[in-house]
Every structure is written in structure tokens, then in C-alpha cells.
Write a protein that binds this ligand. Structure first.
Ligand code: PMP
Length: 382
């Protein structure tokens, strides 16, 4: 008989209880104010939809090359050349399209890490990051970035050991919205390079960088502007509202992309074909109205709660990480439980952290609902 006790240590060491708890909290609410959803509330741009539909109707529904459809690879190459001055068609640099940004993250960890190796991530973190330890047998080392959530070289340095092979940085960040400065990223590049450590940069929210956090050339700060000796991971899901299309990409040293492509060939095979066709049309679409709208919502949060508690510096993405005021004498989880009683869904900080002192708001939701949610939070904090 099939025996659940035969399940791998890998799965038993991955804990999804935090996420499940967060979803269960709001499962029975009718028409809740839901500030928990981590995906954009705007529709996919029409030209992308049309291109994906055209591909399906034109019977382009087979596998693509493992590394991706040449047309999308070309479009990304041109974009990277313009944006970060990388030429991905040299012998040193290469590029591949992945099944979601999550796919690129997993493939990079699988390609780089052996059991016993260490990878450093920021705390707080995107929920997938800690699971990449059990998936690969590597140990995840948490770099404490409280209270300002900046993963600086000074904070990373003490986390490094002889076994560290990889540092993963995420800016704009989930769950805080914090964007590191060009200088902070340069320092991380220098630190990793001096220690022979691969820097992996998850920039899935790169387009959602608000004006006061852009670099001097008006772009999202990226370590890729300081080195090509790193792995850059970006995606389409958040920037264009197509999270279900499962589309990301990775660019970096050819020796690494070759191994990630090998792993993709025997796991995901390729990214979804019609999604690749749709994303080919994404470059050049003006997303500034959506970015301005999200920027305005981020300001609403600071205006509503800034005098009650500490709100993370929301430079981009669409999240704010909000401290539960000490006077309330309750954890992030307890605060979320109290919010549920008022029909408001938030996510407790311990889903993204070893601590349970904060809650995460996603403001990728209707502005009127956000205003209602903020009123309730304000009331709960007074
Ligand atoms: N990185 C970060 C920081 C994220 O927040 C997410 C999604 N929430 C991902 C990666 C995964 O993105 P995808 O849906 O493209 O796999």
C-alpha cells in the first residue's frame, strides 16, 4: 500500500502552514476587504492578449525551444541591451526564458547548490526563498534587515562563510516594497565578487519603481548595471498583470545558463508557448498609468498610517510592510485575526519572516477597498 510515511524529507521540511493559515483566515468572509493578493488588479494589455490568442489560433501550440522562443529571446536581448547594457549573445553571457520567475529561481538554486552549501536571503523574504533550501539540500541563511529592510553589504557580510555560494537579493522587494540604492547594490556586487559568491538578483517588480527611487538615468537600480558576473532574474507576471501565464527569464554567465537550461529541459521543458508569444509584444507598452496609480496608493498608506506606526519605505512593487504598534501588545498574526473580525484580510509578517511583528498589505486592489481597509487599520491602531 502507498505509505505517506515514505514521503521525502524534502516535502516534510517545507512548511506551508503560514500561507495556509493566512488564506484560511479569510476563507469564510463574504465580500471581504482583501489586501492580501500579490498580483496586479489591472488587465493584461490588449496587444499581449491578442498576440497570445493569435499564436493559439495559428496552431503555434507545440513545445518551444527549451531556452525559449527565438522571437521573445530577441526582444528580451534588445531590452537588456537598452536597459542594462548587456549583450547576451556573446560567449560569456546568455539568456533563457523560464516557467515563471519561480522557475528561474529554482533552476538557479538547483544548478548552484549542493547539500551543505549556504545561500543568503534577506529576512523578510518572498515566501518561496526559504523552500529553495529543502529543495536543493542547501542551508538558507537569513540576513536580518529589520527595521529598514535594506539588504546592505554590511548586513550580508557577517552571514557569509566558507560554504556560502550564493546571495539572493530582491529589489523592489516583496513583502516590503523597499528598493535598494545604486550604491547599496554596487556594494553587494563588490562584496560577492571579492568572495567568489554568485549574486542572484530577483527583479520581478522592476517596472514598478516609483520616480523618486529611479537611478540618475531614470531606471530601476540594479546590480546588473555594475557587473555581468551575476544572475539576473526578471519576469512578466507582475509587470503586465499576467501571473497565470507563468513567464520569467534569467540572464547571466553562459556556463550557468547552460546548466539551468539542461535542468529546464528535464523538468519544465519550456515556458508556455502562447504566453511567450504574448510577452513578445510587451516591450514598449506604456505602463506608466498603472505605475502612477500604484504610486498614489502607496502614498495613501503612508498618509493613513504613517503617524500611527512604522510603514516600510515603499519605493515600488505593490506591498507595504507595517509594524504592529507595540502598545497593542499583539503579534502580526493576532493583528490579522482581529482584522478578520472586521472583514479585512491582511497577511501576518511571520509568513515572510522569522519574526511576527508586522503585517503585509498588498495595494494591488481597488482603491476604494484600500481606503476602507486603511480606515479599519487606523481604527484598530488607535
Ligand atoms: N519573486 C518575487 C519577489 C515574487 O514576489 C514572486 C511572486 N509573488 C515571484 C518571484 C514569483 O513570480 P512568478 O509568478 O513569475 O513565478
Amino acid at each position: 500500500m502507498a505509505n505517506p510515511s515514505h514521503l521525502s524529507n524534502r516535502v516534510s521540511s517545507i512548511d506551508v502552514s503560514g500561507i495556509r493559515r493566512a488564506f484560511q483566515l479569510g476563507a469564510n468572509l463574504e465580500n471581504p476587504i482583501n489586501l492580501s493578493i500579490g498580483q496586479p488588479d489591472f488587465p493584461v494589455p490588449e496587444v499581449m492578449k491578442e498576440a497570445a490568442i493569435d499564436a493559439i489560433r495559428s496552431d503555434l501550440n507545440g513545445y518551444t525551444l527549451t531556452t525559449g522562443h527565438p522571437q521573445l529571446l530577441d526582444a528580451i536581448s534588445t531590452h537588456l541591451e537598452n536597459d542594462i547594457n548587456w549583450n547576451c549573445s556573446t560567449d560569456q553571457l546568455d539568456l533563457m526564458i523560464t516557467s515563471g520567475t519561480s522557475g528561474a529561481l529554482l533552476l538557479s538554486f538547483m544548478a548552484m547548490l549542493n547539500p551543505g552549501d549556504e545561500a543568503v536571503i534577506a529576512d523578510p523574504y518572498f515566501v518561496v526563498y526559504p523552500t529553495l533550501g529543502p529543495m536543493t539540500g542547501a542551508s538558507i541563511v537569513y540576513c536580518d534587515t529589520y527595521p529598514d529592510f535594506r539588504m546592505t553589504a554590511e548586513r550580508v557580510e557577517p552571514c557569509l562563510t566558507d560554504r556560502t555560494k550564493l546571495v539572493l537579493v530582491n529589489s523592489p522587494a516583496n513583502p516590503t516594497g523597499v528598493i535598494l540604492t545604486d550604491k547599496e547594490l554596487q556594494d553587494l556586487v563588490d562584496l560577492c565578487s571579492s568572495r567568489d559568491i554568485l549574486l542572484v538578483s530577483d527583479e520581478i517588480y522592476d517596472l514598478f519603481t516609483y520616480p523618486d527611487h529611479l537611478d540618475s538615468a531614470g531606471r530601476c537600480p540594479s546590480p546588473a548595471r555594475h557587473t555581468q558576473d551575476m544572475l539576473l532574474i526578471r519576469g512578466f507576471g507582475k509587470n503586465y498583470g499576467c501571473t497565470g501565464w507563468r513567464l520569467g527569464y534569467a540572464a547571466g554567465p553562459s556556463w550557468l545558463i547552460a546548466e539551468m537550461a539542461k535542468l529546464q529541459q528535464y523538468t519544465f521543458v519550456c515556458a508556455p508557448s502562447m504566453a511567450q508569444a504574448g510577452a513578445t509584444r510587451s516591450f514598449g507598452i506604456d505602463m506608466s498609468p498603472q505605475i502612477s496609480e500604484y504610486h498614489a496608493r502607496s502614498r495613501m498608506i503612508h498618509e493613513a498610517l504613517g503617524d500611527m506606526t512604522t510603514v516600510s519605505s515603499t519605493g515600488g512593487a505593490f506591498y507595504a510592510f507595517i509594524e504592529v504598534p507595540a502598545e497593542l501588545d499583539c503579534s502580526g498574526t493576532e493583528f490579522c485575526e482581529r482584522a478578520i473580525e472586521r472583514n479585512l484580510i491582511l497577511i501576518p509578517g511571520d509568513v515572510f519572516s522569522q519574526r511576527d511583528t508586522h503585517v503585509r498589505i498588498s495595494y494591488a486592489c481597488d482603491q476604494a477597498k484600500l481606503a476602507e481597509g486603511l480606515d479599519i487599520m487606523r481604527d484598530m491602531m488607535s
